[in-house]
Each structure stands twice: as structure tokens, then as C-alpha cells.
Design a protein around this ligand. Structure first.
Ligand code: EPZ
Length: 420
């Protein structure tokens, strides 16, 4: 079984280049299903989830040509061979649900395995279905699948009870080819949605308001091909910002968008870490002064990202004072707490709140990754901990971080990936 073996690595220094965003490239690949013309996506991250999405697209009938050399994927879907996202793929990657809107818009049919829950929550899709129904789809659930059908999708007004990222993406993609105008209220505002909409508009869609809570989509009869470079991954950016902070180092993070990580910059600043924004990156310097505690509350964008909560908590275990972490987005996103406590942290959970007693000298231990970002948090804790940390179940981590070991080694980290 593959593991990461990490020895204490203080004061990371040097520079790291951030890869393309996992949570942007997945909806963008799904959006390519909306046309029979050739789409070219560049700056694609080398991730397990991208491989799964390529497999799903091929099963649907897309011709997918992956050019690893220059991180480019070409997708041409001349005809849809199957309107199905099968259970084995949806189980592997919940984002498979994002082909539902495009399939419905392109062929009038979609049969998607219901994504089960995962380590961080039940992950319902009621808001996706509410939006697609509003556009005219008839939806039934049968044998663990959701089957949607619509002769023609018609624009509608959709209010999202909560600003779901995936529901906003699915409804926007379906509405792009609907007859008439759709307005999504209380839409999610994440940068990954803006990136997907920029790609759709290059294809000929007429969408305004992405990045705000109201998105207006004027349906068009057809969409053409487009070429698009994926934005840098803001969650990977935040993870490396915290790698510099938790090891008290100084790191130059290139190919990052400072605007997309403002909450992390602000919170690291409150702890006494110096973060300087550059045109295409950031410098994080945690070498000076005594770092202190702060509180974080996760919220939909532009609030503090839930996907960086566990990594930031690992850092908070090492600073002076007591911090209060409140996870407002998912109902069970503290799976990393037990593992951090086994490394000597002192974290107590009370419902949605975790109280972190800081200034702990973490000790290396045998721990396991329960989910993608919890695993990343354990890597960061292992860099700070005295001794050796062994992390198993690292497939969770490798879904969302490309060349993670190489990038950390480039900053001076003592980390190897070994089969044990
Ligand atoms: C996206 O997931 C991201 N994944 C997640 O990143 C991220 O944590 C999440 O947005 C929140 O920012 C991708 O983009 C591929 P949501 P998504 O729908 O779309 C509830 C990572 O680590 N909800 O915004 O599934 C849901 O239960 C992953 O990269 C409903 O109630 O997130 C959750 O509590 C993890 N009904 C909240 O909304 C619905 O129909 C946020 O979910 C849909 C969601």
C-alpha cells in the first residue's frame, strides 16, 4: 500500500508553481459536451479526478486526446453514445454529476447514478434537480439512478436555497442551450464558476453575472468549440501558503491568483504571517515573530473556503493560544481531528465547532487520510512534527494534488512516496 513518509522539515524555502484548478477543469470538461465541435483545454492538472472524468467522457462518446507534454486535453463529442454516468464512476468521483446538465441539454436525456455520501457529508443533489426541473426536465429516481428527460429545456427563474457550487454549474450548463432566459438567484460565486462561464461564453453562450449571486443565461440554439486555459488552483495555493506558515519558512508561490485566496491571506496575517501579493503569485514569510491564534469560520466564496479548513487547523495547532474553528458548509468535515490529536494536537469538537489549543509540539505518527483535504492537513502536520509521520490511504490526496511530493521536495521537505 502506498504511503507518504515525512520527516520533520522546518523552514521550507524556495518557489513552487501552482497547477490548474481541479474544481474548474472538471465542470469545464463537462461543458465541452454541449457542442459537437472540438474544444481544447490547457493548463490541465495531472490528477486522478481528471483521469476519471476523461473515462466518463469517453463512455459518453467524446473523443478525448490527452497531451500530457503540454498539459492539454482535446475533447470532441460529435455524437452522444450514452447518456449515462455509471455508478462505478460516480462513486469514485462525485463531480461526475456535472455531466447531467450538459447531457440533458444536448440529448434531452440523462441517467446518473445517485452520488452517495462521502467522508465529509451526505452530499445531496436536491438543488441540482430543483433547477433542472424548473428548466422543464421530468426527473425520476430508480434503482439508485436519477433519470432526467426533457424534449426541450425552457429558461426559468431558479432560486437556490443554498449557494451550491455544483448545482449552480449544472443549471448554468443546461440553461446555456435552453429556449429563453434563465436567472439563477442565490447562485454560488466561486472563481471556478467564473472560469467555467468564461469557457462557455467563448463557445458562444450568453451568460452574465458569474461571480455574483445572480447569474443570467440567455439560451442559444447551439454552441461551438473553444480553447481555454484553466485558472490556477486556489485550494492548492492555500495549501502551500500554509506549508510555509506551519514550517515557519519563506516560500514564493508562482502562477497563483492573490485575489482568490484573500481569506487565507487575511487569516495568516492575523496570526502574524507576512503575505505579499505579486502580479502572478504570493510570497509567504513566516520566519519572524511569535505566531498567534485566530478564529476561522468557513462560508461559501468569498468567505473562508471549507476546502482549506483542515489545512489551516493543522497550522493552528502549532501557534500560541486557543483558536475556534467553525465549519458551516459541510456537516462532517472534522475527520482530520482524530488523526491530528494522535500526533499530539489538542483539539476538541463541539458540534460544528472545533476548539484548538495551540503551541503543541506535534510528534510523528502512523495516520491515515480520510478524505482529500484532511489528507493534505496531515502532510502539513507531518512537516512540522518531530520525528517521522507515515500517512496511508494517500489515494485521497492524489485525487486533488498533482506532483505534491515533488513540489514539497522542491521546497526542502523530507517526504517520500513508498510502497509499504
Ligand atoms: C464543490 O463541491 C467542490 N467540488 C468541493 O471541493 C467544495 O468543498 C464545495 O464545492 C464547496 O465549496 C468541486 O467543485 C468538484 P456544494 P459541491 O454543492 O459542488 C449542500 C474538494 O476538496 N448541498 O457547494 O458538491 C451540500 O450538502 C471538494 O476539492 C445541498 O444541500 O459543493 C454541502 O453541505 C470537496 N443540496 C453544501 O451544499 C445540493 O443539491 C455545499 O455543497 C447540493 C449541495
Amino acid at each position: 500500500m502506498a504511503k507518504y513518509i515525512i520527516r520533520q522539515s522546518l523552514s521550507l524555502t524556495g518557489e513552487v508553481a501552482i497547477s490548474g484548478s481541479k474544481n474548474a477543469v472538471l465542470p469545464i470538461m463537462a461543458a465541452a459536451l454541449l457542442t459537437d465541435a472540438r474544444c481544447e483545454i490547457t493548463d490541465v492538472p495531472a490528477l486522478r479526478d481528471v483521469d476519471v472524468m476523461c473515462g466518463l467522457m469517453r463512455g459518453i462518446g467524446a473523443r478525448v486526446n490527452e497531451r500530457y507534454g503540454d498539459r492539454t486535453i482535446e475533447i470532441t463529442t460529435e455524437a452522444i453514445a450514452s447518456e449515462e454516468a455509471p455508478n462505478e464512476l460516480v462513486k469514485k468521483m462525485r463531480a461526475s454529476i456535472l455531466v447531467m446538465g450538459p447531457l440533458l441539454a444536448r440529448t434531452g436525456r440523462a441517467r446518473i447514478a445517485l452520488p452517495g455520501g462521502c467522508a465529509i457529508g451526505t452530499r445531496p443533489i436536491d438543488l441540482h434537480l430543483k433547477g433542472l426541473k424548473a428548466l422543464g426536465a421530468r426527473i425520476v429516481s430508480k434503482d439508485g439512478y436519477v433519470i432526467a428527460a426533457a424534449e426541450r429545456l425552457r429558461g426559468a427563474n431558479v432560486y437556490l436555497d443554498s449557494p451550491s457550487v455544483g448545482a449552480t454549474e449544472n443549471i448554468t450548463m443546461a440553461a446555456a442551450l435552453a429556449e429563453g432566459t434563465t436567472v439563477i438567484e442565490n447562485a454560488a460565486e466561486e472563481p471556478e464558476i467564473v472560469d467555467m462561464v468564461n469557457f462557455l461564453n467563448k463557445m458562444g453562450a450568453r451568460i452574465k453575472g458569474a461571480g455574483t449571486n445572480t447569474i443570467r443565461i440567455e439560451g442559444v440554439a447551439r454552441l461551438g468549440g473553444a480553447k481555454h486555459g484553466v485558472i490556477p488552483d486556489r485550494i492548492e495555493t492555500g495549501t502551500f501558503m500554509i506549508a510555509a506558515a506551519v514550517t515557519r519558512g519563506k516560500v514564493l508561490i508562482r502562477n497563483a491568483v492573490p485575489d482568490h485566496v484573500k481569506p487565507v491571506t487575511a487569516k495568516l496575517g492575523e496570526c502574524g504571517v507576512d503575505v505579499r501579493a505579486l502580479d502572478d503569485g504570493l510570497i509567504v514569510d513566516a520566519r519572524h515573530g511569535v505566531l498567534r491564534a485566530t478564529d476561522i469560520k468557513t462560508l461559501p466564496y468569498p468567505g473562508f473556503p471549507t476546502d482549506i479548513q483542515s489545512q489551516f487547523m493543522a497550522f493552528l495547532t502549532t501557534v500560541r493560544g486557543s483558536s475556534v474553528v467553525t465549519e458551516n458548509v459541510f456537516e462532517n468535515r472534522y475527520m482530520h481531528v482524530n488523526e491530528l490529536n494522535r500526533m499530539g494536537a489538542n483539539i476538541k469538537i463541539e458540534g460544528r465547532v472545533a476548539i484548538v489549543e495551540g503551541e503543541r509540539l506535534l510528534r510523528g505518527a502512523e495516520v491515515f487520510a480520510t478524505d482529500l483535504r484532511a489528507g493534505a492537513a496531515l502532510v502539513l502536520a507531518g512537516l512540522s512534527a518531530r520525528g517521522t509521520t507515515r500517512i496511508s490511504e494517500i489515494h485521497h490526496i492524489e485525487r486533488g494534488y498533482s506532483a505534491f511530493v515533488e513540489k514539497l521536495k522542491g521546497l526542502g521537505a523530507d517526504i517520500v512516496r513508498a510502497e509499504e
